[in-house]
Design a protein around this ligand. Structure first.
Ligand SMILES: Cc1cc2nc3c(=O)[nH]c(=O)nc-3n(C[C@H](O)[C@H](O)[C@H](O)COP(=O)(O)OP(=O)(O)OC[C@H]3O[C@@H](n4cnc5c(N)ncnc54)[C@H](O)[C@@H]3O)c2cc1C
Length: 396
């Protein structure tokens, strides 16, 4: 098989790039190792620039027909008080909020859109094994599908294969990692018909922190714990988790909480933040989490993956049409994205230090830094989380 652009990984980065290139008439093959786009506990938050892109593509209205919720504020609730720390309402946009929509549905929607173009080819259950290289240039990949090994050659290979990127490993690239102070335990608690909606809430008290996200038929709950404390928590037993839920979200206790009975009902997310110094080699570029794993602070991971896809579409569409992608073209993508990624990772690190570490400190009552209580700062933080240093300007 031969294609112009072989994209490895059907997450937000790979799927959005597939659509943007397919619309340009470029031959695109998307390889995804799973058989569908359902994933357990993935990000569901779409920030303003992603909605703006979808709007310019003429897709926002259709996507927003799917059941979704809107987050206009981010706030911390302590037993004493609620502190609003981010206010998206003042964003200069048709979409001044975070849209919360299950990631699998967004990916399905975008893939269906891409499938309207005959030059887009999707291979599900296609697990990439190795790179094809000649003369130091990546020329495609091999992948295993239904027990058979296939080869696909491509003018450009894009590694959008996520935080555990196989391609990054094959290339021997080592990300520069920092160590966020927390990990997260995710679990579901059933939502009963009489349960009131609450959007998203962060509750904190006594050195514990619980993120509660409203879903159609359940509550997605994230228990934030100090980094490295997971094993000792397990030794203490699952009742420790129950106690925290009872303490911070008493309305979810009792019958609802009974659904979380064993550690198998809980998914452990080791929070990471890292970046590659160089995102490309001849014939290949890494984007999204494969190039930079984002901390969950602010729920910006999808947004940054989509922005990378936009930068690729902007700088690489013409070279792909011409049939040659140079190192300079690939460097242009990294130039657009490297500083915005490092900037937001620095902001996330500051929030982790100033807010999350403080909230996890059992020896003091949590209160956010004074400047975050100023409405002006809450608006600025919304701008920073949504638009970052500079959003990619892509004409569609
Ligand atoms: C538990 C959790 C919660 C999160 N919450 C949020 C949130 O609320 N908001 C937010 O914005 N972000 C969140 N994130 C981060 C967000 O999901 C990622 O930043 C985003 O999905 C990155 O997109 P991506 O396309 O780069 O990679 P991914 O979404 O990881 O997609 C990579 C794809 O590559 C495929 N793949 C991997 N290896 C191969 C292979 N060898 N062959 C073929 N395919 C392969 C995978 O199956 C996967 O589909 C969360 C992440 C986790 C883990």
């Amino acid at each position: 098989m031969k294609t112009d652009c072989c994209i490895v990984g059907g997450g937000p980065a790979g799927v959005m790039l597939s659509l943007l290139l397919a619309r340009q008439g470029i031959e695109v093959t998307l390889l995804e190792k799973h058989h569908d786009f359902e994933r357990e506990f993935r990000g569901d938050t779409l920030h303003t620039p992603t909605l703006e892109l979808l709007d310019r593509l003429g897709l926002a209205d259709e996507l927003l027909k799917l059941p979704h919720s809107k987050l206009e504020f981010l706030a911390f609730q302590t037993p004493q008080q609620t502190y609003q720390i981010v206010n998206f309402q003042g964003l200069p946009s048709k979409f001044p909020y975070i849209t919360v929509l299950p990631q699998a549905q967004v990916l399905d929607f975008l893939v269906k859109e891409a499938q309207k173009y005959p030059n887009f080819h999707l291979q599900l259950g296609a697990n990439v094994q190795d790179l094809i290289q000649a003369g130091g240039v990546v020329q495609g990949v091999t992948y295993r599908q239904a027990g058979e090994l296939h080869t696909i050659s491509a003018t450009l290979t894009v590694a959008a294969d996520g935080r555990f990127s196989q391609i990054r490993q094959l290339l021997g690239l080592q990300p520069v990692a920092s160590s966020p102070p927390m990990d997260v335990l995710w679990f579901r608690i059933p939502r009963f018909a009489e349960d009131q909606g609450l959007g998203a809430e962060v509750r904190t008290g006594g050195g514990k922190m619980l993120v509660i996200l409203e879903r159609a038929d359940h509550w997605q709950v994230g228990l934030t714990i100090p980094k490295g404390s997971y094993q000792s928590l397990r030794q203490q037993g699952i009742t420790t988790v129950h106690q925290t839920v009872r303490q911070l979200a008493p309305e979810l206790a009792g019958e609802r909480l009974a659904a979380v009975q064993k550690w198998g009902d809980i998914a452990f997310l080791a929070v990471e933040s890292n970046y590659l110094k160089q995102w490309y080699v001849p014939g290949l570029i890494l984007i999204g989490d494969a190039a930079h794993v984002m901390s969950p602070v602010g729920g910006v991971g999808i947004n940054y993956a989509v922005q990378d896809a936009m930068a690729c579409a902007k700088s690489l569409s013409q070279p792909l049409k011409a049939g040659t992608v140079t190192l300079r073209d690939l460097a242009q993508v990294q130039q657009q994205r490297f500083l915005p990624v490092r900037f937001i990772q620095t902001v996330q690190a500051a929030i982790q230090k100033q807010i999350i570490s403080e909230a996890l400190n059992a020896n003091q009552e949590f209160s956010p830094p004074f400047f975050l209580k100023l409405p002006l700062m809450q608006g600025m933080l919304a701008r920073i989380l949504s638009y970052g240093l500079w959003p990619v300007q892509l004409e569609v």
